[in-house]
Design a protein around this ligand. Structure first.
Ligand SMILES: C[S@@+](CC[C@H](N)C(=O)[O-])C[C@H]1O[C@@H](n2cnc3c(N)ncnc32)[C@H](O)[C@@H]1O
Length: 310
């Protein structure tokens, strides 16, 4: 485990050593991973995280960073990039993994998808259901650890979607990819829009010094008062995260039967991860100094191969 110094705001980060593309034996697509297959220490770490997420929910619902009042007035919380990557979702079933309190899930519903949001935080799921009611949007929200979802949900979906601060919180990216593949129907699609793991190497502080290795599978322990969306001093301060190199995420998806359609890397980000970042006209955050020197966000679109083509 790697411990890093307290940071003022942000939620994620940390890791430790490893090969570029650790290989695991080929597995049957659609195997049933669950949280009990994640080791006990990481299970405890996820529970520590969950306590902080639970506490964050009312603070985030009230936070200007999440713009709940504008959402209720009809504004979408989706990034134009992700809307572009998926194209029309009208009439499609969509599963959102790690949906927090559901704003993005509900925004996909407004675009015509039949949505299911999943999060391991019960307060988050309850807040999502409340928002769906207030906004008059039909949606289903389930409480589950991502790794337990195959025990909770039977069906498959046209689209599985996740990201924007999601996979940092998962200790085992290979098992995550099994879960993703389990829920994409044959021929269906997967979209991940996520913080770029290389950006995680650098501190979110003004100095932006390297702080954690890119290649490590160790848990990164952080301690901070608030979150990326609130400066309120919270009772739960400790979190654990895991860095997932691009090659490892892609390999895990491919090994589980997902054919990669597009990978994109961006020199900007959907949130202000460093105080020196400035917002462009589209609302994305960029490093003013060192512009374009490091990737800040990335996306993957993939399609589950139809039967007989795996
Ligand atoms: C940054 S939020 C997700 C991003 C979302 N787009 C947002 O900003 O609202 C991360 C979410 O992951 C959830 N989470 C973390 N670890 C999880 C796990 N192992 N299983 C399910 N949900 C998890 C947290 O409860 C939290 O709601």
């Amino acid at each position: 485990m790697i411990a890093i110094r307290p940071s003022a705001a942000r939620v994620p980060h940390q890791a430790g050593g490893g090969s570029l593309v650790p290989r695991s034996p080929p597995r049957r697509y659609g195997a049933r991973p669950n949280a009990s297959s994640v080791n006990q220490s990481n299970h405890r770490r996820m529970n520590t995280n969950r306590r902080k997420w639970d506490e964050s929910v009312p603070l985030h619902v009230a936070s200007p960073s999440y713009h709940v009042p504008s959402f209720l007035q009809g504004k979408s919380t989706l990034e134009p990039l992700e809307v572009h990557e998926l194209g029309s979702v009208r009439g499609k079933s969509l599963l959102h993994l790690q949906c927090h309190f559901g704003l993005d899930t509900l925004s996909w519903a407004r675009r015509g998808a039949t949505v299911t949001g999943v999060d391991f935080s019960l307060p988050a799921v309850r807040a999502a259901r409340g928002l769906a009611r207030r906004a008059g949007i039909k949606a289903r929200f389930l409480q589950s650890n991502v790794y337990d979802l195959p025990d909770v949900l039977e069906e498959q979906f046209d689209i599985v979607y996740t990201g924007k601060g999601a996979i940092w919180w998962l200790p085992d990216i290979e098992r995550w990819a099994q879960v993703v593949a389990r829920f994409v129907r044959p021929g269906g699609r997967f979209l991940l829009l996520e913080d770029h793991p290389f950006a995680e190497v650098f501190s979110d502080e003004v100095d932006g010094e390297p702080r954690i290795p890119y290649f490590t599978s160790r848990a990164i322990r952080e301690e901070y008062d608030g979150t990326y969306a609130t400066s309120t001093k919270m009772r739960h301060r400790v979190t654990y995260g895991w860095i997932h190199p691009v090659s490892r995420v892609l390999s895990a998806l491919i090994e589980n039967g997902l054919g990669i359609e597009r990978i994109r890397e961006y020199p900007f980000c959907y949130w202000q991860r460093n105080p020196l970042m400035t917002q462009d006209r589209r609302g994305y955050w960029r490093l003013k100094e060192n512009k374009g020197m490091i990737p800040l966000m990335w996306s993957v679109t993939a399609r589950r191969k139809p039967p007989g083509n795996q």
